[in-house]
Ligand binder design. Structure first.
Ligand SMILES: [Zn+2]
Length: 404
């Protein structure tokens, strides 16, 4: 163990409880932003046997080290490298090189505005492409599964989120909404403080209350309460464009990782055969979408980035049951190297939601569900990375729509 004082930060180096695989090392670094407010982040050594802690406040060294040691204990318990199973792979026809720094170039062209906190505004070809990706997926879902387009709210109550198991699996990613208390003096104090202030002043802590409303963190959740009490003789499919929010702390990064994004969602409900058949039939649809946009792409088994303490067990379950398949599309990382971006997932939930929300299959058993979610902004980033800014490189049908 060594302690080095650098200019801006105080560093502590700790050995890892065991050598970890590359995926676990990535998870340790990414989730480290949630360990302590006094920890900037953790860097895992190239041989993946040690961790460097970058502290924000050197006086908090002992406190941070204690938390990090417990965090590393649970994170290194996960077993990575299960052997990934690839279901299909597409190769693009465009022979041009991958375009670097797409986020910056989209901003320079005025097609994207980055608010800096994980939210973006966009127009022009970016908006046209986002809408085309969404529309093409919706058309396939309607044709293949009879899924009519629906609409669901962006807000969700804590009761529903708890029922969906979200507080258990991703407690770090939840956003609670706050309101000024229904109190004449509190509201007046908030108004007056802001009427003469330079920047925005938030209400004082005890004048803010949370009534359990949250921003929805997974597109399919708002669908399940609407199914309560229903019985599905064969099965049904629902599809919509959902607005999704995941608190990422300092991990936000252009279109790669947003706090607020859009997902084209597809949910299947019914008996086991119906739901498994739907999942099977959704794979060639994703493949057709990748071919339509002419993208290098693959679908493979995957696990969710669960919160540290539940990660090992849940990942093992997901991997061994093959309940989660991920749509991976190559883009370029900050270092210029290729990285596989998770642009969507294809999931089976068993009868978890059927039990929690009380809907049944034909036999009167808790209904089975599955879902397919496509992260629209990530598909946009991947398409601009793989085809660049010369319209001639884009497939004809896409070019005609987005550069018109
Ligand atoms: Zn879903």
């Amino acid at each position: 163990m060594s302690e080095v004082l650098s200019d801006a930060t105080w560093e502590i180096e700790l050995p890892l409880p065991r050598q970890v695989d590359a995926e676990t090392a990535g998870d340790i670094e990414k989730e480290s932003v949630f360990v302590s407010p006094f920890l900037e982040r953790i860097r895992v050594s190239p041989d993946r046997t040690a961790a460097t802690l970058l502290l924000r406040d050197r006086r908090k060294g002992d406190e941070v080290r204690d938390k990090v040691e417990r965090y590393l204990q649970v994170m290194t318990r996960q077993i990575g490298d299960f052997g990934v199973k690839v279901f299909f792979e597409t190769e693009r026809r465009d022979r041009g090189a991958y375009e670097p720094e797409v986020n910056r170039q989209l901003v320079e062209r005025g097609w994207l505005h980055d608010f800096g906190k994980g939210q973006v505004a966009y127009g022009g070809p970016v908006l046209k492409l986002a809408r085309l990706i969404d529309r093409k997926a919706a058309e396939h879902y309607a044709a293949a599964f009879g899924a009519e387009d629906g609409h669901f709210p962006a807000m969700i109550d804590a009761e529903t989120l708890k029922k969906c198991g979200y507080f258990d699996s991703h407690p770090n990613a939840v956003t609670f909404l706050g309101n000024v208390v229904e109190d004449f003096d509190a509201i007046e104090a908030f108004r007056r403080a802001n009427s003469c202030s330079e920047g925005a002043l938030l209400p004082q802590h005890d004048h803010l209350h949370h009534d359990g409303m949250c921003l929805n963190p997974a597109a399919c959740f708002p669908c399940y309460p609407t199914l309560s009490g229903k019985r599905f003789e064969t099965g049904a499919a629902y599809s919509w464009l959902g607005r999704v929010f995941r608190y990422e702390s300092r991990n936000i990064d252009g279109l790669d990782r947003l706090y607020e994004f859009n997902v084209r969602e597809l949910v299947f409900v019914g008996g086991d055969d119906y739901v498994r058949d739907c999942r099977q039939r959704s794979l060639p649809i994703v493949e057709q979408l990748a071919r339509f946009f002419d993208l290098d792409c693959r679908v493979q088994t995957a696990t969710d980035p669960f919160f540290a303490t539940v990660s090992a067990a849940k990942k093992f379950w997901q991997q061994s049951q093959e309940v989660k398949n991920e749509i991976k599309i190559p883009v370029l990382g900050a270092d210029g190297g290729t990285k596989l971006l998770a642009c969507g997932s294809i999931n089976l939930h068993g009868n978890f939601f059927g039990q929690r929300f009380g809907f049944q299959d034909a036999a009167g058993q808790p209904g089975q569900t599955g879902c397919v979610g496509l992260g629209i902004e990530r598909w946009v980033l991947a398409a601009f990375t793989q085809h660049g800014f010369d319209p001639a490189r884009w497939p004809e049908a896409v070019r005609a729509e987005i550069f018109a």
